[in-house]
Design a protein around this ligand. Structure first.
Ligand code: FAD
Ligand code: AMP
Length: 479
């Protein structure tokens, strides 16, 4: 007889581990199957996010930003630093330490909550049976459960025109482990991951060229915000080439020769290293047997309903495996929602209010609708912006680029979207998420007393500007 559990979770990333912990907290006998091993061959929970995604990239972004500040910005404050240097192995070692600490933390949380971690590969069979192959085992075992949650995440998309060797041509995982500063670095894809990784190496002194096939920079981002962001990033030295489609690449004399077309002409670019950051694809290979009852949608994601239930009864799928933004916090909240629903509790996720952040410097962050989306829908809206250049705290911190933009419904005054490019945008946007979750109107934000001096005052003033009532900006003439 198969060993029987209440809940089997396949995948121990932010979706899977959160789901497993929540299920155990709700009293279910829960196992989580996770196959990842680290560089030393040790099993590792935490998924893409902790091991090769959010956390290591932010560690490198923070180190490289501190380097830039010491080298270029300290003098503005009157601080004289004669020689600023960076030791890349120490920077990488710090990143690895943070990753290990957090990965170990998830293992402790599993122990504390009574989640069993099965180290190896899982595959969903029919009727909620799961085949589990332990690392190193020659034979697999079968287990089953009343509920199975698929949380296998995603993998970097591979393109034949730039084959990754994790040496000269790397994907996002390899880009987190480059051991020396390249003189010249190219990145294919100026999306969120490409911009973050490109920024790290640009700050450390590499000449960075981003090749982006789309003619529009960051087309998912609000038009005013992306225009400002492009201006800021270009000033920082990122060479962002739009409408540049990579057609081929080869390694010659230890360098990467890249062929790309700008639509009119073909170009060759020679760099020391190339990062391929052209998006991620759901990791469904070998995850479900053909008779499992689980179906995929047209784009290869596992098909789920609004509550992450797949086409197979009792089988759920969450995170990067399914529709919606490929973000860690979205995966986590789906995991928690699924565990609650398994317990028979009411739970749902407001997909309209998932915040997005690009962790460049300054950050770009947004929630809700963009101006373009509302225009395309024919919705009536009003908007206000407020620049950080008029915010005392931003000026005091020498961080006065960018602005906050608030968009609201003309008739109801309800806030529809908040878009930020500027210091601490990720934190400012969360205030908008909370307000919008409670269906706040612009007037609600206008009437709140914000602490002074604070970066968040820019959100307050942008809300006031929606009705042409900003205190620290000249009113529009039509008033
Ligand atoms: P994953 O984190 O991918 O975890 C899935 C796990 O399942 C993996 O560990 C895998 O080993 C395991 N697995 C797969 N198949 C099997 C199987 N058959 N059996 C057993 N185990 C299996 N998101 C943010 O929100 N903020 C950020 O700042 C951010 N930065 C990022 C930076 C980079 C460079 C990258 C690559 C991603 C970043 N992301 C960020 C995205 C984020 O990492 C993902 O959205 C998130 O990890 C998805 O979580 P998940 O649980 O769905 O899957
Ligand atoms: P994201 O999906 O945010 O990770 O961004 C990936 C980006 O890579 C998208 O903006 C794509 O347009 C871009 N991209 C994909 N393939 C190519 C290619 N061959 N050359 C240049 N850019 C590409």
């Amino acid at each position: 007889m198969d060993q029987k559990f209440d809940v089997i979770v396949i995948g121990g990333g932010p979706g899977g581990y959160a789901c497993a912990i929540k299920a155990a907290q709700l009293g279910f006998k829960t196992v989580c199957i996770e196959s990842r091993v680290d560089a030393k061959g040790k099993g590792a929970l935490g998924g893409t996010c902790l091991n090769v995604g959010c956390i290591p990239s932010k560690a490198l972004l923070d180190s490289s930003q501190k380097f830039v500040e010491a080298k270029h910005d300290a003098s503005v404050h009157g601080i004289r630093i004669d020689k600023v240097d960076i030791d890349i192995p120490i920077m990488m070692g710090r990143k690895d330490k943070i990753v290990n600490q957090l990965v170990g933390g998830i293992e402790s949380l599993f122990k504390a909550n009574g989640v069993t971690w099965l180290k190896g590969q899982g595959q969903l069979l029919a009727n909620r049976h799961v085949e589990f192959t332990e690392h190193g085992a020659t034979e697999s075992q079968k287990i089953s459960a009343d509920h199975v949650v698929l949380a296998a995440g995603s993998l970097p998309i591979k393109i034949p025109v730039a084959e990754v060797d994790q040496d000269r041509i790397v994907d996002s995982t390899g880009a987190l482990n480059i051991q020396e500063i390249p003189k010249k670095l190219a990145v294919i894809g100026a999306g969120i991951i490409g911009l973050e990784l490109g920024s790290v190496w640009n700050r450390l002194g590499a000449e960075v060229i981003l090749l982006e096939a789309q003619p529009t920079f960051l087309s998912i981002v609000d038009q005013q915000v992306r225009k400002e962001a492009l201006k800021i990033f270009t000033k920082q030295g990122l060479d962002i080439r739009l409408g540049a489609r990579v057609m081929g690449s080869k390694i010659q004399d230890n360098q990467v020769h890249i062929q790309y077309s700008d639509g009119q002409q073909d170009h060759t670019l020679i760099v020391d290293r190339l990062i391929v950051a052209v998006g991620r694809a759901p990791n469904t290979k070998g995850l479900v047997a053909s008779d499992s009852g689980v179906t995929l949608d047209q784009r290869g994601y596992i098909h789920v309903d609004a509550h992450c239930l797949t086409s197979a009864p009792g089988v759920y799928a969450i995170g990067d495996l399914v529709r919606g933004p490929a973000l860690a916090h979205k995966a986590t909240e789906e995991g928690v929602m699924v565990a609650e629903r398994i317990a028979g509790h009411y739970a749902s996720l407001n997909y309209d209010l998932i915040p997005s952040v690009i962790y460049t410097h300054p950050e770009v962050a947004w929630v809700g609708s963009t101006e373009d989306e509302l225009k395309a829908n024919g919705d009536e809206f009003k908007m206000g912006t407020f620049p950080f250049a008029a915010n005392g705290r931003a000026l005091a911190a020498n961080e006065a680029s960018g602005f906050v933009k608030v968009i609201s419904d003309t008739k109801t005054d309800r806030i529809l979207g908040v878009h930020v490019v500027g210091p601490q945008a990720s934190e400012i946007v969360m205030q908008a998420v909370i307000a919008m979750e409670f269906s706040a109107s612009t007037e609600d934000l206008q009437l709140i007393c914000f602490g002074h001096p604070g970066l968040s005052e820019a959100l307050h003033e942008a809300a006031l500007a929606v009705d042409n009532k900003a205190i620290h900006a000249a009113p529009k003439k039509s008033r």
